[in-house]
Design a protein around this ligand. Structure first.
Ligand SMILES: Cc1cc2nc3c(=O)[nH]c(=O)nc-3n(C[C@H](O)[C@H](O)[C@H](O)COP(=O)(O)OP(=O)(O)OC[C@H]3O[C@@H](n4cnc5c(N)ncnc54)[C@H](O)[C@@H]3O)c2cc1C
Ligand code: SF4
Length: 479
């Protein structure tokens, strides 16, 4: 048997599966213990150090940690439907029950280090870079074309899932720490930004373009066919306040789920989600699908949009071809027509939520940043650097649309690289996982040498069985 490689620091971090699975390596067991002890402020701060937006993530995280939770495996032996500890929702418990923690948030030091960094976009990736660097004495300017910071957290995620007060609070913690925020400023030229001689530039401009559907009738009925992410941001900013009674949402991801549930709230009485693939293959998280169905929204599968119907430019419905999944010898799936008659779904509005793409029209292709054949910047997964070493990318702008916690993780990595660059050090040399620029805690040293046994008292409510299942958390049990 191959000996375990304990010389590799990663080994010690993989021991705690959920913590390892979280892209920002949030110390999950530590904050759950603190919640069980009723120490919500401390639990919040443990989260804030690593994932920056505990209140936001406690409501919205994609939860890559939960499938890794060992409890799920224990339950596997006992129950039909194994469930992990509700790691994500417990973050919300800490955020909602904490007191005033502002004094505990570190801000810019009195003496700055004279280095200037620009961030393009004020989404979670840039805000993480800004938070980590400002605390270390960097002067950080964040530009966003929108007047308020937050990126898609503010412009896309509907308010019924994420109240604006939570966004204001946690985005405010970053900006108020000494970051210069220039809202309403769109960067139109990377060359001009480079000429401003920032010591480093971080591009966190997201993946702002929603994919369209090019089928007959699209242009004729354009007035009532909306691109999902543009429509959602218009709703968030109050430009759209109603929708037709009958709404068809096309797409099977989380954006489609937000579109259909938002339509419901804006007057859509007959809202349905129609997806080309099968239910289990849909990209939406299982809980998002469940929430939509709980609101009486049907999800219809294996229907491929074929034509938009209209009368004199007024949308009247969508025609779908019925397909089925067929697998070849190698298990590859394709969707083939069943030969049954097409299905027609009458509607007043269609929301197209079939994916997002990146767009960098403001980065001149001859400015030194290399792009690949798909129009994406060539970015190091380790340092987040582009081919111009002092221009870094992160979040959705780096490798395509992901989620908030990945944007945060990229932000931490980029901040470490910028700090090393500015100090003449090699950004390829990385600290151990779970060490971010502003917090040296939980490095390999602590894991291996300072892991003293502590005789903690057992706290009432600490039984993990009480903390299980996102939809069944008994908050009272935590007090
Ligand atoms: C409908 C929808 C729902 C989602 N729900 C969730 C969820 O529940 N959980 C989750 O984890 N993730 C969710 N996501 C994904 C998540 O919002 C993104 O992955 C995340 O916000 C990406 O962060 P970012 O910092 O890379 O960029 P963004 O949040 O996209 O921010 C980029 C910012 O850059 C600005 N910008 C762009 N170009 C320029 C320029 N040239 N000059 C100035 N400013 C510029 C934009 O205005 C924007 O504010 C959702 C996405 C959508 C579309
Ligand atoms: S931030 Fe998200 S992935 Fe990380 S521990 Fe919290 S819920 Fe899990």
């Amino acid at each position: 048997m191959k000996p375990t490689e304990i010389a590799v620091p990663d080994y010690f971090h993989k021991v705690v599966d959920c913590q390892w699975a979280c892209p920002a390596h949030t110390p999950v067991p530590e904050y759950i213990r603190l919640i069980a002890a009723g120490r919500h402020d401390d639990a919040y701060m443990v989260n804030w150090e690593s994932n920056v937006f505990p209140g936001v993530l406690g409501r919205t995280c994609d939860r890559p940690c939960e499938p890794a939770c060992r409890r799920g495996r224990v339950e596997d032996q006992n129950k039909e439907k194994p469930e992990p500890v509700a790691i994500c929702r417990l973050k919300r418990v800490a955020a909602d029950n904490k007191g005033d923690i502002r004094e505990r948030l570190s801000a810019a030091p009195e003496k700055m280090n004279g280095k200037h960094v620009a961030c393009v976009g004020a989404g979670p990736a840039s805000l993480t870079v800004a938070r980590d660097l400002v605390r270390s004495g960097y002067q950080v300017t964040v530009f966003d074309q929108d007047p308020r910071a937050g990126g898609m957290i503010r412009s896309q995620i509907p308010r019924f899932r994420l109240p604006e007060s939570v966004i204001d609070e946690e985005v405010g913690y970053v900006i108020d720490a000494g970051v210069t925020f220039r809202g309403g400023v769109r960067i139109n030229s990377m060359k001009k930004l480079l000429a401003e001689n920032f010591d480093a530039i971080f591009v966190g401009s997201g993946a702002p373009r929603g994919r369209d559907l090019d089928v007959p009738g699209r242009k004729d009925a354009a007035k009532n066919i909306h691109i999902g992410i543009d429509w959602l941001s218009s709703v968030s900013f109050g430009h759209i306040t109603k929708i037709g009674k009958r709404v068809v949402v096309l797409g099977g991801g989380n954006t489609a789920m937000d579109c259909c549930r938002t339509s419901r709230r804006l007057g859509g009485a007959d809202v349905k989600v129609i997806v080309r693939s099968g239910f289990d293959e849909m990209k939406a998280s299982s809980w998002e699908k469940e929430d939509a169905m709980h609101e009486g929204i049907p999800i219809l599968n294996y229907l491929v949009p074929k034509e938009f119907l209209h009368t004199k430019g007024k949308l009247t419905g969508v025609v779908f071809e019925k397909v089925q999944a067929v697998y070849d010898d190698r298990g590859r799936r394709s969707l083939v027509p069943t030969g049954e008659p097409d299905e027609e779904h009458p509607c007043d509005d269609v929301l197209v939520a079939v994916g997002q793409e990146n767009a960098f029209p403001w980065i001149e292709r001859d400015c030194g940043i290399e792009f690949d054949e798909w129009g994406m910047p060539v970015v190091s997964e380790v340092t987040m650097q582009s081919s111009l070493p002092n221009v870094l990318f992160g979040g959705d702008a780096a490798f395509g649309p992901k989620n908030i916690i990945w944007a945060v993780a990229h932000g931490h990595d980029a901040a470490i690289s910028i700090d090393r660059l500015c100090n003449g050090e090699d950004p390829e040399v990385r600290p151990p996982p779970m060490v971010n620029l502003s917090n040296q805690k939980m490095g390999i040293h602590e894991w291996t040498y300072d892991n003293d046994i502590s005789n903690d008292l057992r706290h009432r409510g600490a039984a993990l069985s009480e903390l299980r299942c996102a939809n069944r958390i008994c908050v009272a049990a935590l007090h």
